[in-house]
Ligand binder design. Sequence first.
Ligand SMILES: Cc1cc2nc3c(=O)[nH]c(=O)nc-3n(C[C@H](O)[C@H](O)[C@H](O)COP(=O)(O)O)c2cc1C
Length: 177
Amino acid sequence: MLNIIAISGSLRAASTNSALVAALAANAPADCRVEVYDGLGRLPIFNPDDEGERTPPEAARLIEAVTRADGVVVSCPEYAHGVPGGLKNALDWLVSRDAAVGKPAMLVHASARSLYARAALSEIMRTMSFALYEEVALEIALLGKKPVEMEAILAEPTNRQAIRGAVRAFAGFIRGR
Ligand SMILES: Cc1cc2nc3c(=O)[nH]c(=O)nc-3n(C[C@H](O)[C@H](O)[C@H](O)COP(=O)(O)O)c2cc1C
């Protein structure tokens, strides 16, 4: 059983990215468990002085979750052509640890836009030595949709298949390493 952690870069209650990672968890193939990391909003702002013995509990929880996971999936919006601070902050807590080194990772997308954030996130995660899987790019257009509309879109058989297929492909990448 592969253990995959999924992170949404949005804290918004009606977030399209959070809906997508929840759908990944709900539609994962039988041999994969996708667990959603929900601590982004509780992480203190990264400060290198607070690493080591002073690591805040939520940061320690994130580091531990990523260390334990076989892979990481990220779905992230774009704010002003960049990666939202909350997600960058979470990644910053992982930079000087071993957690990200060689860790399989995949980006998925809830918007057909956000091309700057995608490029920036790829660059950041490659720099952190994540093993970024880029063969499959799951994109489900949820931008501007309300929660009931998102639910209907994510329940469509073709989308459920696409989600399951993307997780299965990522699992194959993880197992092949
Ligand atoms: C402050 C702010 C800045 C944004 N800037 C961009 C942007 O530069 N490019 C873009 O494609 N969308 C931008 N958007 C739109 C968001 O990507 C869109 O609202 C998305 O649905 C947010 O993700 P969420 O639904 O998971 O919260 C911005 C939204 C906000 C709130």
